[in-house]
Design a protein around this ligand. Sequence first.
Ligand SMILES: [Zn+2]
Length: 383
Amino acid sequence: MLFKEIIGNNSVKKQLIEAVRNNRISHAQLFSGKSGSAKLALALAYAQFLNCENRTTVDSCGTCSSCLKFNNLSHPDLHLVIPVLKTKEVQNPVSDHFIGNWRDFITNNYYGSLNGWIDSFGTENKTGQQGTIYKDEAINIHKKLSLKNYEAEYRVVLIWMPERMNLEVSNKLLKLFEEPPKGTIFLLVTENANQLLPTIISRLQTIKIADFTAEDIVNHFGEQALSLEKAKQLRNLTNADLGKITQILEDKEGELDLFSDFSVWMRLTYKMDVQGISKWVDNLSLKGRKQQNLFLSYAIKMVRECLIYNFASDTLLKTNENEFAFLTKFSPFIHEENSVMITEKLEESIKAINRNANAKILFFELSLQMVKFLRLKRKFAIK
Ligand SMILES: [Zn+2]
């Protein structure tokens, strides 16, 4: 990964490059950013830059033998640690068991999320495991670090999602974070820094990675592929998650008519049209899990827009023309008495979908709940 392949994040890039050029390289660093931000890509670009044999003042060369190996994540001095699952074949899993799959997963989408990685296990994950870095991993790391570097000046141990380390691993690695062997650098890449032990955080230099802006997103895909308007919509929908946006565009899920699905659903539930609801549920159940989640995220967004329309300035709305026209009629039904319940129920449903819940049952039950919620009367009127 070259720095120039990563959109935006200019000040972080500058900071990392300067640190290498001035030889002020911190031996344990935490790249912290939301799901779908540039944190992993930047950590990988940094690891490559550290070891490039021919680096320029602003980037790795991309063609030396070290760069080529970093590029496909196969450099022998790049040790990757990732959350894994217990499967039928592997009862005491460590990263090395699944690292080939992870390389494919990440090189296919450098902004892929932990959820996406866990999803890639498919039916092997029958019990809904969330991914863990198990204690054997610490033993493995100690073993690897007891050997000399193969060829690189800086051996890099990259821990992806260290928040999934169990307590035993965390404690076993503390000392290493504080005092790694010579020529070894730890790069931790997290999307939930607040779940890390304070004793770990205090041993790391934290680098905060900002969210991608809508302009960044356009630049990433190119203006041909994506208008600024569409980029803004996708950014709102995914919470600026470039991994999810990539997936949506690849799967053409962007063409899924979320607005029409949502407005039809609200009309059916308001009218308590059980037959219509049943048909609507059948239709949504046939779609993939990603699409179902996208629909639920969209519904949460629309509930929020209703609240903004009711209680705040219209200038804060992030809606297009159709959505706005719908809000003007629908927003009186979303209010202080039901909005929290609706949002919670929608969020619960996303979690249930991720745990492989039966979509038909889930969406039917959710629709009946919506019937009830929409009938709740508000105590006072505003607009
Ligand atoms: Zn190079």
